[in-house]
Structures are given as structure tokens and as C-alpha cells.
Design a protein around this ligand. Structure first.
Ligand code: MG
Length: 259
């Protein structure tokens, strides 16, 4: 079922969006050569406790998961691109790390992801992150009343294809509200003018993710982390966006983050 939020409810979602944005900013600042992925998870966990927020991940146990996730953050490094289970790994010079974080504040969820390179970046990794961010912006720009879901998907896919990247349609964006994953599914490619009509009050996570030279993935032996089939690196950028009469409202906007 697709649920629409009232303007008052969207206002109530702002603190969750702000908190998730703050955590993503703190993680981006903390991520560096020599930092363990478990330290990133601990930082996010400490911020959850301090804010009295609730993790969307720690007890997450979907049918495909071997056991509950057990961490509050996804950390996907290099050929890992989604759902990376934080483990005892120290970031090395040039690593591309994607952090994906969702939490509930006052009963409302926000969800956001960001990719960064630690240490000396490879040009191609910066380009991949730039394209992924541009695809996210293009998708957000279509998130307005009167448009259709396919307009968001097509805008994302167009950016990928014009950069010579493939698009995997297995995992994409989703409705966000009281829980992390709701309807509709928001694929990262599609046909303009098709699909659900976008109405004020629809709140969705838009989350393009691309790999350098493949669109195929496999699940790591940890049962969670999704890696590229050919070992090429991936990037992942996500915002939670409310569709309002005035257009897209990016609830997880980091430029509004308090410092
Ligand atoms: Mg997410």
C-alpha cells in the first residue's frame, strides 16, 4: 500500500532527516585511512544512543538474511556496493567506501547513503561518485506532483547510460515512513511518463548505485554484503525525499546540517 503523508506529518519527519544527515556527515568526516569499519559503526551507534533514535538495521532480519543484521550501519568498500556488513577491516589508501544509514526519530524513518574515497583517490572512482551523485540529483529533480515514478527512474538511468554505466534493477529506492521499506519500489531505470502518478505527501528514498564495468552482483559469504561480479568498484548515493506541492523536499539534505 502506498501511503501519503500530510504536510504536518512531513514536518514531523524533518528531525529524522536531519539526524540521518548529521550521522552521514560525521561518518564522512571520520572515514579515513587507518579507520576500522567497526569504528564507523560504533560512531553511528553512539549518535543513535545520544539522540535516543532507533536503528532500522540492527534487528533487520529479512527472509534472505541468515540472522539479524546486528550493526546500525552498512559499510561497503570497493567491489562491495550495497548492504555491506561492517567487519574488522581497516581502510586503506584509495579505498572507496559507501555508508548507508537509516534510523527512526519520533517514530519516523529517514534513509541516506554517501560514497567517499579515503586517502589518494583514483580518478575513475571520483568520476563514478560524481555520476552517481548527478543521477541522484536528476532523480530528485523529477520528484514533483504531476510527474510519474517512471520520470524519476528514467532520469537516473539516463545519467548512467550517458556515462556508459549499466543499471541493475534488482535493488533501488523505496517508500519511507514509519518503517524503512515501503511501497513504491523506485527502480534506477525506467520509462518516462509511466508508472505511479506522483502526489504531494509521497515520501521515497531515491538511491542510484552503479558499478564501473558490470551491473551484476553476488552476495558475499557473510550473507549480506553485495559485491560486483567482476570485482569493479561501486558507488551509492541516497536521499529521503518528500514530494510536496512546491516540489521535492530533501529531508536528508546535508547542506542544512548543524555543525
Ligand atoms: Mg539506505
Amino acid at each position: 500500500m502506498i501511503e501519503l503523508r500530510t504536510p504536518a506529518q512531513i514536518e514531523q519527519m524533518r528531525p529524522a532527516g536531519r539526524f540521518v544527515a548529521d550521522v552521514i556527515s560525521a561518518l564522512a568526516e571520520k572515514a579515513d585511512v587507518g579507520v576500522n569499519l567497526l569504528e564507523l559503526d560504533e560512531l553511528a551507534h553512539a549518535m543513535i544512543r545520544e539522540r535516543r533514535a532507533e536503528s532500522c538495521y540492527i534487528d533487520y532480519h529479512p527472509s534472505f538474511g541468515a540472522s539479524p543484521f546486528g550493526k546500525v550501519l552498512c559499510t561497503s568498500v570497493n567491489d562491495a556496493v550495497l548492504h555491506g556488513l561492517p567487519h574488522d577491516y581497516v581502510l586503506r589508501d584509495g579505498d572507496l567506501v559507501s555508508v548507508d544509514f537509516a534510523a527512526s526519530v519520533d517514530g519516523w524513518v529517514a534513509d541516506s547513503a554517501l560514497s567517499v574515497v579515503v586517502g589518494t583517490p583514483r580518478r575513475e572512482d571520483l568520476d563514478l561518485i560524481e555520476v552517481t551523485g548527478r543521477a541522484l540529483d536528476a532523480g530528485i529533480a523529477q520528484a514533483r506532483p504531476g510527474h510519474r515514478l517512471g520520470d524519476i527512474s528514467a532520469a537516473i538511468g539516463e545519467v548512467a547510460r550517458s556515462a556508459g554505466l549499466g543499471v541493475n534493477l534488482q535493488f533501488g529506492g523505496h517508500g519511507v515512513g514509519r518503517t524503512m521499506h515501503g511501497e513504491p519500489h523506485v527502480p534506477n531505470d525506467g520509462r518516462p511518463g509511466r508508472g505511479l502518478k506522483l502526489r504531494p505527501g509521497l515520501v521515497i528514498a531515491i538511491e542510484p548505485w552503479f558499478l564501473h564495468t558490470t551491473d551484476e552482483i553476488y552476495t558475499d559469504a557473510d550473507g549480506w554484503t553485495l559485491r560486483s561480479k567482476d570485482g569493479s568498484r561501486g558507488a551509492h548515493m541516497e536521499h529521503t525525499v518528500a514530494i510536496t506541492e512546491d516540489g521535492p523536499l530533501v529531508l536528508t539534505d546535508r547542506s542544512a546540517t548543524r555543525t
